[in-house]
Design a protein around this ligand. Structure first.
Ligand code: ZN
Length: 445
């Protein structure tokens, strides 16, 4: 049995529309990032300073950093604004109505009618968190270079650097920041780690560390990065994070937590309480890498156990939420009420965090904390299942060494077809374990 849901895919690039007209031969004429167009191309390059510790407060070292922090923000927003002027977005997100819903949590509702227009629903397979990269489908190497804002990498000499016109070295497979042409907020961008390596959507240590460094470099509590796994409302199977500025706290950031454990590397793990979606919060750590490795190992555990999840990187990279979910699976099994399905809300990382992107005026006008809660409660694992998943995660992260310095020294090679086969096979092997859990949120075979 294969679980699928039908949904209108989010169009994140203007080149996604051509997905089904792919059979072009020779030079593609799109000025894309593949070998047809890449040679000789240049893009701005931002080299960030690799910090050992991250702080959102104005510590003495931080004051020194301020110039570069402001610079990243003005670079992202300035470049983004320039793409607005060039008409690259599908709609004007600043014209979308937004309000904070009255109540204890301050859920944020946005009416976004433009995001899903003019696209037919597509079938998504939702019961496989790890799927091999498929070159024939849309991926970020196919976007036009005008959608890419800059290359983003660690500085070699430890100082922030900016080159407005840097060559793109394909053999280095740069990480890039690109616009999302269907933004949900001002400055909505995509971080695509090592874009030319064509990683499928799955978290590994190196990529998560890059995302945390971006949050740290931005240095603003209002700039968050988010991640959706396959089966948890990712639309494109090419490794990417999303990010944007939103100048209010997300409800999930205000939710109380209950400390569960501390790891050797100083990372504190808590459980979110009194919030509709159950999840874990990772914070602290002796170094950025301690925190990053603990979170990525938790994500890898979820992936290996075929549990869809979302991740929110908040508080300048100091607080990271890991949120296993089962909405798409319930949807595929016909267990979601028609009332909720009618809203067509896809509960991905932003919605789970409390920024509700609504498609119908009616839902926007009637938005209430109660309604938001009702939807998000369907996204969450049950308490019983969550405790099982938590146990799996703890077993996985305490069985590996955290904060080992070699985490980034050996970048993962581009997976060859054989490796992909192996991933697939181990996935299949892990299925029986998963099915042995509670019936809820599981695929019945
Ligand atoms: Zn091309």
């Amino acid at each position: 049995m294969m679980l699928r849901i039908k949904r209108v895919p989010t169009v994140v690039s203007n080149y996604q529309k051509d997905e089904n007209e792919e059979a072009q031969k020779g030079g593609c004429g799109r000025n894309c990032l593949r070998s047809c167009c890449l040679p000789g191309s240049k893009l701005p390059l931002y080299a960030y300073k690799k910090l050992d510790k991250v702080s959102c407060e104005g510590s003495p070292e931080q004051v020194e950093e301020e110039a570069s922090i402001d610079f990243l923000e003005s670079l992202v927003l300035g470049q983004w604004e320039e793409r607005v002027q060039r008409g690259l977005f599908r709609y004007d997100v600043t014209a979308c109505e937004t309000k904070v819903i009255p109540g204890q949590y301050g859920f944020i509702a946005q009416l976004n009618e433009g995001r899903h227009l003019k696209k037919r629903p597509t079938e998504f397979r939702v019961d496989k968190v790890l799927q091999p990269f498929d070159e024939s489908k849309f991926n970020f190497t196919k976007v036009g270079q005008e959608e890419v804002l800059f290359q983003f990498e660690a500085s070699e000499d430890g100082e922030v650097q900016f080159l407005p016109n840097a060559p793109i070295y394909a053999e280095n497979s740069p990480s890039v920041v690109a616009i999302n042409v269907s933004p949900i907020e001002y400055g909505h961008v995509l971080l695509i780690p090592r874009i030319l390596d064509c990683f499928p959507q799955r978290i590994d240590r190196e990529s998560l560390l890059l995302a945390i460094h971006m949050a740290a470099e931005a240095g603003s509590p209002y700039f968050r990065l988010g991640y959706n796994s396959l089966g948890a409302f990712a639309t494109i199977n090419h490794l990417h994070f999303q990010a944007y500025y939103l100048a209010v706290p997300f409800p999930i950031e205000k939710a109380p937590t209950k400390k569960t454990t501390s790891l050797d590397g100083g990372v504190k793990i808590s459980e979110i309480v009194n919030y509709p979606v159950r999840g874990l919060v990772f914070e602290g750590g002796n170094t950025v890498e301690h925190l990053s490795n603990a979170v990525s190992d938790a994500c890898i555990c979820l992936q290996d156990n075929n549990i869809p999840y979302n991740v929110l990187i908040a508080d300048c990279g100091n607080r990271i939420f890991v949120l296993p979910q089962c909405y798409a699976e319930k949807q595929a099994l016909g267990e979601v009420s028609a009332e909720l399905l009618d809203t067509q809300v896809n509960p991905a990382v932003w919605e789970i965090s409390g920024h509700m992107v609504l498609k119908r005026k009616k839902d926007y006008e009637e938005a209430s904390e109660e309604n938001a809660w009702k939807l998000l409660a369907e996204v969450s694992l049950s308490e019983e299942r969550f405790q099982e998943v938590k146990a799996l995660i703890f077993e996985a992260i305490t069985s590996v060494d955290h904060g080992s310095e070699d985490a980034t020294q050996e970048p993962e090679a581009k997976p060859d077809p054989e490796t992909i086969e192996e991933v697939d096979a181990s996935f299949n092997n892990s299925r029986p374990d998963m099915v042995a859990g509670t019936q809820e949120c599981l695929v019945l075979q």
